[in-house]
Write a protein that binds this ligand. Structure first.
Ligand code: TMP
Length: 207
């Protein structure tokens, strides 16, 4: 079976990280060798950039510097982790990828999509996932879940106001609608096992 690159996307509180673990387990149960990774991070250099991005005061970086740092982290992640795994015939499942930059830095922070795609071309050779799975929840439910998870200890992004996260969610929906050949939009409501089953169904044609 040929190597595949799958990305899992969504706003805060949609259960993305739990589902990344569950989907990886479901793939392994089918005999697939899968590398679980995440952004920002997924390689030593990118994990160092992750700390810079997520910790510290709200005004530590402006939107332009953040866009550059996410693109730099992604470049290292692609070069050191993703491309070598795919070249070895392994599957890669990444908790977030480029579409997070298009939604957060593009949709919410208003950095132009063309500029973000330009950074991605320079840093990562324009690599795109074979399938991007977008988890969606009604805004109030996502907010309640994110608050229960963070308990007042949200990172620099999680701590942003509800309007910011609403803009991110709208952007994700629009990005998915514009690229239906690459995206599957998956309802994140219900028990975790049901959501995992929906995710597996959304990549059934790749299995
Ligand atoms: P996480 O909560 O999934 O670990 O991601 C950390 C935060 O970084 C999350 O709030 C989304 C944000 N983020 C961006 O703003 N742009 C990006 O390109 C990525 C990968 C994450």
């Amino acid at each position: 079976m040929s190597a595949r690159f799958i990305a899992l996307e969504g706003g805060e509180g949609v259960g993305k990280s739990t589902q990344a673990r569950a989907l990886a387990a479901a793939l392994r149960a089918r005999g697939i060798d899968v590398v679980e990774t995440r952004e920002p991070g997924g390689s030593p250099g990118a994990e160092a950039i992750r700390t810079l991005l997520l910790e510290g005061s709200a005004d530590r970086w402006g939107p332009g510097a953040e866009a550059l740092l996410f693109a730099a982290a992604r470049a290292d992640h692609v070069e050191k982790t993703i491309r070598p795994a795919l070249a070895a015939g392994r599957w890669v499942l990444s908790d977030r990828f480029l579409d997070s930059s298009l939604a957060y830095q593009g949709g919410a922070d208003r950095i132009a999509t063309d500029a973000l795609l330009g950074l991605h071309a320079v840093g990562s050779g324009g690599l795109l996932p074979d399938r991007t799975l977008l988890l969606t929840l009604p805004e109030a439910e996502a907010q309640a879940r994110a608050m229960a998870r963070d308990r007042g200890a949200a990172d620099r992004f999680g701590a942003r106001p509800a309007g910011y996260h609403a803009a991110v969610a709208r952007a994700f929906t629009a990005i998915a609608a514009a690229a239906p050949e690459r995206f599957a939009v998956v309802d994140a409501r219900g028990v975790p096992e049901a959501v995992t089953a929906r995710l597996v169904a959304a990549i059934a044609d790749l299995l």
